[in-house]
Design a protein around this ligand. Structure first.
Ligand SMILES: C[S@@+](CC[C@H](N)C(=O)[O-])C[C@H]1O[C@@H](n2cnc3c(N)ncnc32)[C@H](O)[C@@H]1O
Length: 242
């Protein structure tokens, strides 16, 4: 169990506690942090996670691709990825998307957050429908269509990731800010992320915190800073050397 100034986090799964800020952006009252940029979460996802991992060009050239994410939240990153996949990947290619979530949002809160982007409505519908059945939110959530398989593993990623059996081509590190959610950025977890990244695989995060970058380097990644989204000077991308 980790004691923070403002909260106590155990490794048990619990429901997300949501408050809403300007523009319909969900904010965790447990972590006191928004789920994504107040400016435009979808544009931030495209900048940080999709472009940060060079996904458009990699999708276009693949027949199979695996993405893993720390922090499923509203599903926005997943939906933006699925949208890009449909636009860029060859028709027969397969995408596996794994995500970890300790505090699942209700389907109602997810739907309320996602209404801001009508272009995602069709993609969000099957996700929200399946998510609204709470018996699906116990240990593992799975949703598959012809080309995309989504798996969300519930519980503390520190416990769940070592039990997982995939190797990712790209990672989205999307915990709450490292200062408020340090348990999702620690060295041991970054080492586990490294072990579950294919040689030549990449990761991206909106964070430019020096200690996060050092944890990634210690784990074995080669890191680089890039311009961040909307006024954030920097973000971090990294690669597992071949
Ligand atoms: C910034 S939000 C993620 C936003 C999300 N990617 C999206 O597209 O909406 C961070 C997420 O990490 C989750 N989280 C925080 N600590 C965690 C932990 N130890 N293990 C798994 N998930 C965790 C939170 O519940 C929250 O959903």
């Amino acid at each position: 169990m980790i004691q923070n100034k403002s909260k106590t986090v155990s490794d048990e799964t619990g429901e997300a506690q949501i408050g809403w800020i300007e523009g319909g952006v969900p904010c965790s009252t447990l972590f006191d942090d928004p789920y994504y940029s107040r400016q435009d979460g979808l544009a931030e996802t495209r900048h940080v996670f999709l472009a940060g991992n060079r996904l458009a060009e990699r999708f276009a050239a693949c027949d199979r691709f695996t993405i893993a994410e720390l922090g499923f939240g509203t599903g926005l990153n997943f939906l933006a990825t699925a949208q890009m996949w449909h636009e860029t990947a060859p028709p027969a290619a397969k995408l596996d998307f794994f995500s970890f979530e300790q505090f699942p949002m209700t389907a109602g809160d997810m739907a309320a957050a996602l209404t801001v982007w009508p272009e995602l409505t069709m993609l969000a519908r099957p996700l929200l429908e399946a998510w609204s059945d709470s018996s699906n939110l116990t240990k593992v959530f799975e949703l598959k269509n012809e080309n995309i398989a989504l798996t969300v593993l519930f519980g503390d990623a520190n416990t769940r990731l070592p039990q997982a059996g995939f190797s990712a081509d790209a990672w989205f590190l999307d915990g709450f800010s490292p200062a408020k959610n340090p348990e999702l950025w620690n060295t041991t977890l970054m080492e586990e992320v490294f072990r579950r990244t294919r040689p030549g695989g990449t990761l991206a995060t909106y964070s430019a915190a020096g200690w996060v970058r050092r944890n990634l380097e210690t784990a074995g990644f080669r890191t680089e800073r890039q311009p961040g989204y909307a006024g954030k000077r920097q973000m971090t991308v990294a690669m597992r050397p071949e």
